[in-house]
Design a protein around this ligand. Structure first.
Ligand code: ZN
Length: 243
């Protein structure tokens, strides 16, 4: 079974459409989303409408939670707050209802799906092996997929030692049966690893292996829509920088 994994769409319709076109010829068996459908970007309703009917599973992101009023927007920095106020104003009732019903964790084909970390599914940012270790200890998963940091990465536990490694585009990561893994698949709609191309991943359960993909999209098109919506300039500029 081959599963497409998307995360952190952030209402970026051009990035999402480009990713969906890119994975179309791959004939995947299922598609999942690790949260943050909305927030920052100009097309929250369109992104939910496009993705929702295609998903086998999805989990809640911190921006999704704020968008339906499930957490205070004071949790965010000022630019994110401004974008969230705008998002809450334009969010359609059916999109809001969809976000409000997302679970904080899901499982598919024996792998765990969360937004932040297995230990704190919605909120925790996993940037280092210390944080990864805490999740390996707290939860019995063998393979988990995460997003939230918008930076692709892999944390591996073997013999109770945790190490970090990069995840390079189109270089399959083979999942060893005696190791445990936390794989961050990066962000579709707001990459922050200095590569502005949209990121997504494919899990091949037969390998098993995971492969990251990066695809260039029309960043300027999204930026023009953000300007027209009056969204904060730093959020517009960061898309082109990938940070
Ligand atoms: Zn996010």
């Amino acid at each position: 079974m081959r599963v497409g994994l998307l995360s952190d769409i952030h209402a970026n319709l051009e990035a999402l459409q480009t990713v969906l076109e890119h994975l179309e010829p791959q004939n995947l068996d299922a598609l999942v989303c690790l949260g943050d459908f909305v927030g920052y970007g100009p097309d929250p309703n369109e992104c939910v409408a496009l993705l929702r009917p295609r998903l086998r599973a999805a989990v809640l992101g911190n921006h999704d939670q704020a968008a339906f009023g499930g957490r205070p927007i004071s949790d965010f920095n000022l630019y994110a707050q401004t974008a969230m106020v705008w998002t809450m104003q334009v969010l359609a009732p059916d999109a809001r209802a969809f976000l409000a019903e997302l679970p904080v964790r899901a499982e598919l084909e024996g792998v765990l799906l969360v937004h932040g970390s297995p230990r704190q599914p919605v909120d925790e940012y996993m940037f280092d092996t210390r944080t990864a270790r805490a999740s390996f200890v707290a939860d019995g998963f063998r393979v988990a997929f995460i997003g939230h940091t918008h930076q692709p990465a892999v944390f591996v536990e073997r013999n109770h030692r945790v190490s970090a490694r990069g995840l390079l585009p189109e270089v399959p990561l083979s999942l060893q049966p005696t190791y445990r893994y936390i794989v961050n698949i990066g962000s579709v709609g707001q990459p922050r690893d200095t590569d502005p191309r949209a990121a997504y991943a494919v899990l091949d359960t037969a390998g098993p292996s995971v492969t990251l993909y990066r695809v260039a999209y029309a960043v300027e098109h999204t930026q023009r829509k953000m300007e027209a919506a009056g969204l904060p300039v730093p959020l517009i500029e960061r898309l082109a920088l990938g940070r």
